[in-house]
Design a protein around this ligand. Structure first.
Ligand code: GLN
Length: 479
């Protein structure tokens, strides 16, 4: 059931939140051995929150998220609940405070059902970089669910939760949403507070919803969006009711198809499905320009893999075994620090720290970091220009369908290529949504809709119109 369906049942008292939560916990215990989407199942907390939600509902205070189970990516701080980032270095960390988004969920009586598995510190595209275990794609258990929010996406797709939160630095909400055939939105940079989100690359990170349909996405964004003085990059801009834009028909909307997103290594079935989806949008009344060019797109991957690791190397310097987290006890302070990081971090995290430290070091800073920042500006400008002509751009979410577990673990560059279509959007700070747009041999294909800053309404409107005209989102994996 979606959030809006669940809400109707709860509000009309056909179902209590406690009953609902029990049913989800039961579902989790049945499918979790095969899927492995959870790092922590918060069953006791969930039942307590469900009881409180039932009291709110009895008083007539039911908001759309009241009493509805949610899963939180384990990179988002939850007071009193272990928050590991799927890393050994934070394996036993229990935060003393809630992230801003968790406060907001709690204020409306949400039921937190657990914390989801992810690539360590959100670095990866398959959830195989989790220090604990990989998550499996419910559409084909031998394949990855995408990443880094793979646990959140798999759990939503297989019905272990009604919806989930993820974080997206280069594609980590949209790519797993595409791989699991659900809806995933990365809001505009600054739309949602990052307070309490464990930092990976601060100029790129953004929290967003993973849901079963577009209406749910709007309902969750209604709660998450808004200014927060504790995040200096959060933007003081009013929040509209995002469900208001969910109307049929797309007449008057101008869509562009950037050709650079359909070249090099794209799987033929993905290109065909997305082109068919765009024709559908045309049929719904949008005007489509098929040959848009964003010439700097091929540089986005290189820019991302300078900027993201640079910021990561600075952000992850705090894990020294002194302040919190895993601490290796040795005779000297330096050895303790070294061994803490040696044993605490996994291979991919170390690779990023080394890349970033190198790119920021004296003598290389101008050649790499500064240059990447300049190309970042070019990429942003090309998008700005495109949005003078178009209301939104349409691309595939990923160049391929979900790949096999183990297929890319030994080839970081191949893994990095999974996000070629999503990274440029973070580089430019834009909003992007992935929605179900077809299948190839039973494996999901996602379509990405990109908009100008703070045009979430436009994205949701297009996504909703497409969803109404198709039934991809109604298909569920058979587990
Ligand atoms: N896959 C990309 C990376 O590894 C993006 C991850 C993310 O968005 N957190 O950095």
């Amino acid at each position: 059931m979606t959030i809006h369906e669940t809400h109707r049942l709860l509000e009309s008292k056909q179902l209590s939140s406690v009953e609902l939560t029990r049913a989800y916990l039961e579902r989790i215990s049945r499918v979790e051995p095969a899927v492995r989407a959870f790092v922590t199942i918060t069953d006791e907390l969930a039942l307590r929150q469900a009881q409180k939600a039932d009291e709110l509902i009895a008083r007539g205070d039911a908001k759309p998220l009241t009493g509805v189970p949610v899963l939180i990516k384990d990179v988002i701080c939850t007071k009193g609940i272990r928050t590991t980032c799927s890393s050994k270095i934070l394996e036993n960390l229990v935060p003393p405070y809630d992230a801003a988004v968790v406060e907001k969920l709690n204020e409306c009586g949400a039921v937190i059902i657990g914390k989801s598995n992810m690539d360590e510190f959100a670095m990866g595209s398959s959830t195989e970089n989790s220090a604990f275990f990989p998550t499996h794609n419910p559409w084909d258990l031998s394949r990855v669910p995408g990443g880094s929010s793979g646990g959140s996406a798999a759990a939503v797709a297989v019905g272990e939760t009604v919806y989930a939160l993820g974080s997206d630095t280069g594609g980590s909400i949209r790519q797993p949403a595409g791989f699991c055939s659900i809806v995933g939105l990365k809001p505009t940079y600054g739309r949602v507070s990052r307070y309490g989100l464990v930092a990976f690359a601060s100029s790129l990170d953004q929290i967003g919803p993973l849901t079963q349909d577009v209406t749910d996405c709007a309902l969750v964004l209604n709660v998450l969006a808004g200014y927060d003085r504790r995040d200096s990059t959060s933007v003081p801009r009013p929040v509209s009711d995002y469900t208001q834009c969910l109307t049929a028909g797309l007449s008057g909307l101008r869509l562009g198809v950037p050709k650079e997103y359909f070249v090099e290594g794209i799987q033929a079935e993905v290109a065909t499905a997305i082109k068919a989806a765009i024709k559908k949008l045309e049929g719904l009344g949008a005007s489509v320009e098929w040959e848009v060019s964003l010439p700097s797109t091929p540089h986005a991957l290189a820019v991302y893999y300078i900027i993201a690791p640079s910021e990561a190397s600075a952000n992850l310097a705090r894990y020294d075994g002194v302040k919190y987290g895993f601490s290796y006890q040795a005779d000297s302070m330096w050895e303790s620090m070294e061994k803490t990081r040696q044993y605490g971090f996994g291979a991919e995290v170390k690779r990023r720290i080394m890349l970033g430290t190198y790119a920021l070091s004296a003598g290389y800073y101008d050649a790499y970091y500064l240059k990447a920042q300049k190309v970042r500006t070019l990429i942003r400008r090309e998008f700005d220009q495109a949005f003078e002509q178009f209301d939104a751009l349409i691309t595939p979410t990923s160049p391929t369908v979900p790949f096999k577990i183990g297929e890319k673990v030994d080839d970081p560059l191949q893994m990095y290529l999974s996000d070629v279509c999503t990274l440029p959007i973070n580089i430019a700070g834009l909003p992007g949504i992935s929605i179900p747009a077809g299948f190839a041999d039973g494996l999901p294909i996602g379509m990405q809709i990109i908009g100008k800053p703070f045009s979430e309404e436009t994205l949701l409107k297009i996504a909703y119109a497409y969803e109404q005209a198709t039934d991809w989102h109604k298909r569920k994996p058979n587990i």
